[in-house]
Design a protein around this ligand. Sequence first.
Ligand SMILES: [Zn+2]
Length: 92
Amino acid sequence: MLKLLFWLIVALVIGLFFAIRQANRLRAEQQADESTETRSLESVRCAHCGVFVPEDKAVRREGHDFCSWEHAQAWADARAESGRKPGRRESE
Ligand SMILES: [Zn+2]
């Protein structure tokens, strides 16, 4: 009787071990799926034209995101210009 109980416990422990391993593997797969999904869905807004672009395709300059190098350059030029002529808006 004691022998049967021992083997029953051993079988239970082995079963539990495999169940936990399977659950951990499933959870890890789900987390991996979620992280790739959110990465591909993340988008940033172009500071120049306002278009949304995927973060991995965006151009980053001076803490701002842009859809292209052209817009990053245009934004930087416009900022430099407004910095050079601070009184331009007031005189117009
Ligand atoms: Zn743009």
